[in-house]
Ligand binder design. Structure first.
Ligand code: AVJ
Length: 344
């Protein structure tokens, strides 16, 4: 693990990078026709960039290209979570459906291309499907195709940032709500943030509701490091694409050639950390802000927490949930579980 950390900070710079670093930067403004961030988005990005240890929320990884790059990550040999989770749904689908029950209002958190939920429709037979995703256009395109395939399920896509706390619109039935949160995306939140999010879900559920969630389990760090440092460089592109997105959202002048992807498992903290590391001294400017970065300095872009079963049970308990059942793969790399609200 230390080795990974070291190589991120000491890797020699390629000559092309040096030339980019010595060239005066072109101001890269908003490309015409692309969405600029709201004042709240700008404020959030600014605050993160100006923090002593600079950071940008992982939710900004997901513009349309970012969502596509994430789909590509899911195809990689090294990235085991998606296919391992899919294997759990494939081998335990019947048991999962028996536990969750049919006819629910399935609320998909961070639905992306909706493929995971769609693969469960035949078993879960939801009466309503409510996919939420920050990547609104990508989501709308996915749902348009899906509605054709499943005309009997009422579908209402919502392009929202559910990490900010959310209220579901009136037409989402209060009865039999099941939150679907696959892929271990909850791992992007620190434990206190994860508890806050789960509490928010809990508050949106009646006693007959539940949570079907996928979590990545702690394992050998070589497996974890490889999953976030794939040979093809798709994860690096995914990480760097966040800077293009921020250029549009905040009118920033990030030059992608001056930054390098860096990811490693922090065993003590139980999480993968993903960063972008400056390859030279540079001045970053954005709408209403400026910051100097020195060579080697990083912007923290993502945490991806890995859990033990008991650790996750504690998290659930603090949020007013209890696990009903866990399902895992034979190697115990990933877990899917159904939790219900503890009755108060
Ligand atoms: C979608 C948040 C589960 O943390 O593994 C993949 C995102 N980041 N490769 C993860 C991701 C780098 C992914 N989640």
């Amino acid at each position: 693990m230390m080795q990974m950390t070291e190589s991120c900070s000491t890797r020699p710079m390629a000559s092309t990078v040096d030339s980019v670093c010595s060239t005066p930067q072109l101001a890269r403004c908003n490309e015409p026709g692309t969405a600029q961030g709201s004042p709240a988005v700008l404020a959030e990005i600014s605050a993160g960039l100006l923090a002593r240890r600079s950071h940008i929320s992982p939710k900004y990884l997901y513009d349309t290209l970012g969502s596509r790059l994430f789909e590509a990550i899911c195809e990689l040999d090294e990235y085991y979570p998606t296919r391992t989770e899919a294997s759990i749904f494939a081998s335990h689908g019947e048991a999962i459906a028996a536990c969750v029950g049919q006819g629910a209002s399935l609320i998909d958190l961070g639905a992306g291309n909706c493929a995971k939920a769609a693969s469960l429709f035949p078993l879960l037979r939801p009466q309503q499907y409510v996919p939420l995703d920050i990547s609104a256009e990508f989501l709308a395109a996915a749902v348009a195709g899906l509605q054709q395939r499943f005309p009997a399920i009422a579908m209402t896509p919502l392009g929202v940032d559910f990490s900010a706390g959310f209220q579901l619109p009136e037409h989402v039935s209060k009865r039999r709500r099941v939150f679907f949160y696959p892929g271990s995306s909850i791992g992007n939140f620190s434990p206190p943030q994860a508890v806050a999010l789960l509490r928010n879900l809990r508050d949106n559920l009646d006693a007959d509701g539940g949570l079907l969630i996928g979590i990545d389990l702690v394992k050998q760090s070589s497996v974890l490091d490889a999953a976030y440092n794939d040979e093809l460089g798709v994860t690096a592109a995914f990480n760097l694409n966040l800077l293009r997105h921020v250029n549009r959202l905040a009118g920033a002048n990030f030059d992608l050639r001056q930054w390098q992807h860096c990811a490693y498992f922090d065993e003590a903290a139980g999480r993968i950390e993903m960063h972008l590391q400056a390859q030279c001294d540079l001045t970053l400017r954005w709408q209403g802000g400026v910051r100097q970065f020195s060579r080697g300095e990083r912007i923290h872009t993502e945490d991806s927490y890995k859990y033990t079963r008991s650790g996750f049970n504690q998290l659930l308990a603090s949020a007013g949930f209890e696990a009903v059942q866990y399902w895992t793969d034979p190697a115990n790399w990933f877990a899917v579980l159904y939790a219900r609200a503890v009755t108060r």
